[in-house]
Ligand binder design. Structure first.
Ligand code: NAI
Length: 340
């Protein structure tokens, strides 16, 4: 294990800048898959987050190096690297949030669903360990296909008697990040001011950005909205093709994952009105899991919010996505039942 303490200088620096209340909470975050394309920049970004007091970086290999490197950054958290399954329990113990970017990335021509068999096995073994070592942690699932890996995780937790639907999140933040960026470019508004909810799931047509609710409002044509919707749905594929066999989105995903984890931390710490879109257990539609705005609180999901009025185009998109999303969810549940 590689361990490095933060200096008191870093802590007092944050305190003097008004982070005193944030520092009152000790928060441990574990990243599983920390040596990977997403895992490394995500670990870096979590090291920069003053709400984190302990950062556990776990992977099957390579984490001592990543942890040693990241630990030299003079911010609050103490960083420890854990490599190999026999160290997974230590990595997880006491965690408030577990972020899972473990898996394999897509190559050109592959869908997220092509990753299913590999990801499901990885997610199952990691969630069994979470059930054992930190059953109360919030789980931020990044591993694809999210539409199926989240149901797999739920089934694992149920089978271990620790399932709490308020604590399991499919991370869809990158869809929101993309929708905001693309909308700002087309609408010619300041990207920092943009808000766009994205609902449904996290693959192709199941990703449904609600540009009719985007703010600041802009008078975009129907064709513009269609193009923006398609670009948001295909955003991951745009990166996979541009990287030409060298992986999928890692840097933007790390940013999105860090943003979502930060909101979870704020919710845990009692900050009011923290809202993010996420793929969670839901009764907003007839589907058992669905992405929509979620209010985050001290126990994870405080409230799953509805999606409000949809345009005709979005209503059609919603109806069109349901069958694919339903079968992806069922695929996860069925896989788990057969894997026992
Ligand atoms: P990568 O291959 O670069 O990294 C994956 C890491 O997981 C590797 O370091 C590998 O050693 C590790 N790993 C494999 N099995 C493990 C296990 N049992 N325990 C712990 N670690 C394990 O892949 P990359 O690009 O970082 O992508 C990771 C996952 O994130 C993929 O499933 C990818 O599809 C997904 N992803 C999700 C997005 C989202 O919006 N939710 C966006 C982009 C990617």
């Amino acid at each position: 294990l590689r361990r490095s303490g933060s200096s008191s200088t870093a802590s007092s620096h944050f305190a003097s800048r008004g982070f005193a209340s944030a520092l009152a909470h000790e928060r441990k975050v574990a990243v599983l898959g920390a040596s990977g394309g997403i895992g490394q920049p995500l670990s870096l970004l979590m090291k920069l987050n003053p709400l984190v007091s302990r950062l556990a970086l776990y992977d099957i290999a390579g984490t001592p190096g990543v942890a040693a490197d990241v630990s030299h950054i003079n911010t609050r958290s103490e960083v420890t690297g854990y490599a190999g399954e026999d160290q997974l329990g230590q990595a997880l113990e006491g965690s408030d949030i577990v972020i899972i970017p473990a898996g394999v990335p897509r190559k050109p021509g592959m869908t997220r669903d092509d990753l299913f068999a590999i990801s499901a096995g990885i997610v199952k073994s990691l969630c069994e360990a979470i059930a054992k070592y930190c059953p109360n942690a919030l789980v931020n699932m990044i591993s694809n296909p999210v539409n199926s890996t989240v149901p797999v995780a739920a089934e694992v937790f149920k089978s271990k008697g620790v399932y709490d639907e308020r604590k399991l999140f499919g991370v869809t933040t990158l869809d929101v990040v993309r929708a905001k960026t693309f909308y700002a470019g087309k609408a010619k508004v300041n990207v920092a001011d943009v808000s766009v909810p994205v609902i449904g799931g996290h693959a192709g047509v199941t990703i449904l950005p609600l540009f009719s609710q985007a703010t600041p409002r802009a008078n975009l044509s129907d064709d513009d909205i269609k193009a923006l919707t398609k670009r948001t749905q295909d955003g991951g594929t745009e990166v996979v093709e541009a990287k030409a066999g060298k992986g999928s989105a890692t840097l933007s995903m790390a940013y999105a994952g860090a943003l979502f984890a930060d909101s979870c931390l704020k919710g845990l710490n009692g900050v009011p009105d923290v809202v993010e879109c996420s793929f969670v257990q839901s009764t907003v539609t007839e589907l058992p899991f669905f992405a929509s705005k979620v209010k985050l609180g001290k126990n994870g999901v405080e409230e799953v919010l509805g999606f409000g009025p949809l345009s005709d185009y979005e209503q059609q998109g919603l109806e069109a996505l349901k069958s694919e999303l339903k079968s992806s969810i069922e695929k996860g549940v069925t896989w788990h039942a057969k894997s026992k």
